[in-house]
Design a protein around this ligand. Structure first.
Ligand code: BES
Ligand code: MN
Ligand code: ZN
Length: 497
């Protein structure tokens, strides 16, 4: 990110810096765009003909220093047929637009108008959200820049629209949401020598300034609660484990909350069942579920969402050590059930088992949704496009499906059932922490389900969607912040009074 990044709304009269506009099929411009481009109409037509640009969705036309307009650059982005673009399409276009602004540019104006006319205030806000997400980069540890990678330290982006005042109001939600995604991305990208459980808890505590109630439980406090599974995972690390409980009470007093639970393994070496060296550095992101919960709580609190929401994250570091837990160990969970450790690398489910039970018992929530980079097997099954969804509640599944389609953070339901559940029965304890090589993502989910009782629950396995993300129009970073937009949408559409 540039040192200073300003993003605001303005009217169509303001033409400053790099100008980005949209056009539909057959070079069809909206009225305000047409008016602004009037002095260069012929230039645009000739450039389009030379480039065979017709406004097809996804295509772009770049004109440097167009004659008769005092602009360093004019960019035209095709939107094609424009049949009722969804929120996710507009966010994506904001990302595409920002991607066309050269890194060295200090100012740009993006016209929030399609061929069909000016975008509504909420749509202009979505466009700005895409701009923010695209502009994100994590480079706080880079002390030098290569030649040719120079960038402006100060960048101002103006989104031009029909009613800047209304767009500004509508953007309150989008701004908090963008801040939430950025917060999640920062936490995930941060290396594990900086972001260990104590430091993560400290950063989550920062939500207090938005009116979120934050409680931090240390090891003795968790021992008192009987969280033997979570504590077993963290016992080999010099960094003590933490449990963080965040509460946002924007709903009616006394109404039971919705609850979000995150896996926060700040680094996952695998423990005594140690992982191979290749790619292990990615395991600094094994706290992406927890990061998403923090980003979500930020987004909800920032726009004072009318909902009672609980966020709970189990923070540990999974290390091999003389004090680390061993395969064969049996731990007692807070729920009273016992777990035999077969593989110390199947640690996320152990952490979640205690946090799910704790949240269920203390808050009796309307539902619980947990997020976790839980299994490599989900990447084999679904790649990076869909997160794995496991649930005991069809209504929640339906709502998550819809929110996924709206935001583009999509989920795919996987099966659960007694046949899979049997696979984690243990010779020595109530259950074991792995079920063998087959159906690895499902048996992991079955273990979680043993700690949720009858409460409506969904588990999102985000190992594929959260890390090493494909480079998209709205993300050029290693971490995506996946899930913040999905769950913010779920709450907004179904759970606010
Ligand atoms: N954190 C990993 C899963 C993971 C893998 C996340 C790749 C992101 C990218 C998890 O703790 C793990 O190690 N799972 C094991 C489970 C196995 C030991 C049953 C796995 O998937 O191999
Ligand atoms: Mn692991
Ligand atoms: Zn893990």
């Amino acid at each position: 990110m540039p040192e200073v990044f300003k993003l605001g709304f303005t009217s169509f009269a303001r033409l400053r810096g790099v100008l980005v506009v949209f056009c539909g099929d057959n070079l069809k411009f909206g009225p305000a765009t047409k008016k602004a481009l009037a002095p260069v109409e012929q230039v645009v037509r000739r450039a389009a003909a030379a480039d065979r640009f017709t406004g097809k969705s996804g295509s772009t036309l770049d004109i440097v220093a167009p004659q008769d307009l005092d602009l360093p650059r004019l960019v035209v982005i095709g939107t094609g047929k424009e049949t009722e673009p969804k929120s996710r399409d507009i966010v994506k276009l904001g990302g595409t637009a920002m991607g066309k602004v050269p890194a060295a540019a200090t100012q740009a104006t993006i016209f929030a108008e399609f061929a069909a006319g000016a975008l509504k205030p909420e749509e202009a806000a979505d466009l700005a959200l895409g701009v923010r997400l695209r502009a994100y980069s994590f480079d706080r540890y880079k002390t030098k820049r290569k030649e040719g990678e120079e960038r402006a330290d100060k960048v101002e982006i103006h989104v031009a629209c029909a009613n800047p005042g209304a767009a500004d109001k509508a953007s309150a939600r989008a701004t908090g949401l963008a801040d939430g995604v950025v917060l999640a991305r920062d936490l995930i990208n941060e290396p594990a020598n900086v972001l260990y459980p104590g430091e993560f808890a400290r950063r989550a505590s920062g939500l207090a300034k938005l009116g979120v109630n934050v409680e931090v439980f240390d090891v003795p406090a968790m021992r008192k609660l009987g969280m033997g599974a979570l504590l077993g995972v963290g016992q080999g690390s010099v960094h003590d484990s933490r449990l963080v409980v965040m509460r946002w009470n924007g709903g009616k007093r006394g109404v039971e909350p919705v609850a979000f639970i995150g896996k926060g393994v700040c680094f996952d070496t695998g423990g005594i069942s140690i992982k191979p060296a290749q790619g292990m550095e990615d395991m600094k992101g094994d706290m992406a579920g927890a990061a998403c919960v923090v980003g979500l709580m930020h987004a909800l609190a920032a726009r004072k969402a009318k909902v009672n929401a609980v966020g709970a994250i189990g923070l540990v570091e999974n290390m091999p050590d003389g004090k680390a837990q061993r395969p064969g160990d049996i731990v007692k969970t807070m729920s009273g059930q016992t777990i035999e450790i077969i593989n110390t690398d199947a640690e996320g489910r152990l952490v979640l088992a205690d946090v799910l039970h704790y949240v269920n018992k203390r808050f009796k929530p309307k539902f619980m949704i947990n997020l976790a980079t839980l299994t490599g097997a989900i990447i084999v099954a679904l790649g990076q496009e869909y997160a794995g969804l496991f649930s005991n509640d069809d209504k929640l599944v339906e709502q998550l499906n819809k929110a996924g389609e709206e935001t583009g953070e999509r989920v795919w339901r996987m099966p659960l059932g007694p046949e899979y559940d049997k696979m984690i029965d243990s010779k020595f304890a109530d259950m074991k922490n792995t079920g063998g090589r087959w159906a690895g993502s499902i048996t992991a989910a079955q273990l979680l389900q043993r700690f949720v009782d009858k409460t409506p629950w969904a588990h999102l396995d985000i190992a594929g969607t959260a890390l090493g993300s494909p480079q998209t129009d709205i993300n050029k970073s290693w971490s995506s912040g996946w899930g913040v937009r999905l769950l913010e949408r779920l709450v907004a559409d179904y759970y606010e009074r």
